[in-house]
Design a protein around this ligand. Sequence first.
Ligand code: AMP
Length: 416
Amino acid sequence: MKFEDLKLHPTLLKAVKDQNYITPTTIQQKAIPLILNRKDVLGTAQTGTGKTAAFALPILHHLMNEKKEGNKSKIKALIVTPTRELAIQISENFTDYSKHNNIKNTVIYGGVKQIKQVKRLEAGVDVLIATPGRLLDLMGQGFISLKDVSYFVLDEADRMLDMGFINDIKKLLQKLPNKRQSLFFSATMPSNILNLSNTILNNPQKVAVHQVSTTADTIQQFIYYTNKSEKNDLLLHILKDEKINQLLLFSRTKRGADRIVKRLSQQKIKSAAIHGDKSQPQRQKALQSFKNWEIRVLVATDIAARGIDIDKLSYVLNYDIPNEPETYVHRIGRCGRAGEKGISISICEPEENIFAKDIEKLIKKNIQEIKNHPFPQTEKPMNAKQKKEFEKEKNRKKQEFFANRKKNRNSTNGRR
Ligand code: AMP
């Protein structure tokens, strides 16, 4: 199938051509005709499948046919998505696809001042992309009315519930006009998500691509087994390979991410971290400098990285092995997108061996082990008794740390 077969508006076909898309992805082939036919859609698809264009193109098609020249734009389409990164990306896609027409979009999200966002809203937009908190906030202040919305998209619904947005979504639904076309996307479809979709969609058509348990064949997967204390040295060893010129590195914790950046900078390897403790401008700056090839390594936690879309990203590295195998699938899905080739590298310490096995079971594939390297795994995973002792000792140290900190604070306060 070609894009021309989808009967989209010629300006959209031109924009798609500018993006060098040749064939529609599976979700696009399935969803675009349904949305053009004004059906509600329940889509099981994750980022990386081309899902944004699957809803953006037919919505733009409708908007162009309905647009009355000369009138100030009103919000006709609302796209709600859980994270700022995803919201910005969706907006960038809408801008790309509207290059040859006059459909205006804007994006709003929290964590930054509202003034610029309000100004753009006041100038009039056709498509609004928003995260839930800021959307309700600006609605409450009277800057946004949803009364003209005829297209509503709820994106990454599972993530939305994970992040605790359920009440925000319920409030939002009360404000949306009943007569509308609704599209609902989620990477997974457990029963709570299906229940939510029932409150939003009207007689929906279902489309599904890629279960979360599948990894794209275009991604080659490798694993190094090593010791906990040697992970950093192994990372530096891996980075000696100059072919790895743009690496997205996952760290389980925010502190771990900062530590990795510090160690890389000691070796003059340019990197930056994005995670929940970084401000929005910091995160955007890090992402932009990574996209512009100004830094070689972007270190991210799972939540911060969700939805990140880096064109032609080839390398992903797991500095730790996630204990939920689905997280691994999401992580490595950042590379090898839309048919491009990708390479995922995992570094596994003894305690994580068991997680690596869980992943292989889920994806029904063996991850190729790199055996010849200078930091082979020599330590054994702890047995149950050792683990208990280890946890006990860890808690003791933690308590000691907090007690000392409190003591120090008290003595400093006393001096003031
Ligand atoms: P998404 O799943 O919407 O995050 O899209 C993932 C990536 O695939 C983005 O970089 C899109 O620009 C790209 N993409 C979307 N549709 C196509 C297509 N039909 N052909 C090639 N690339 C595409």
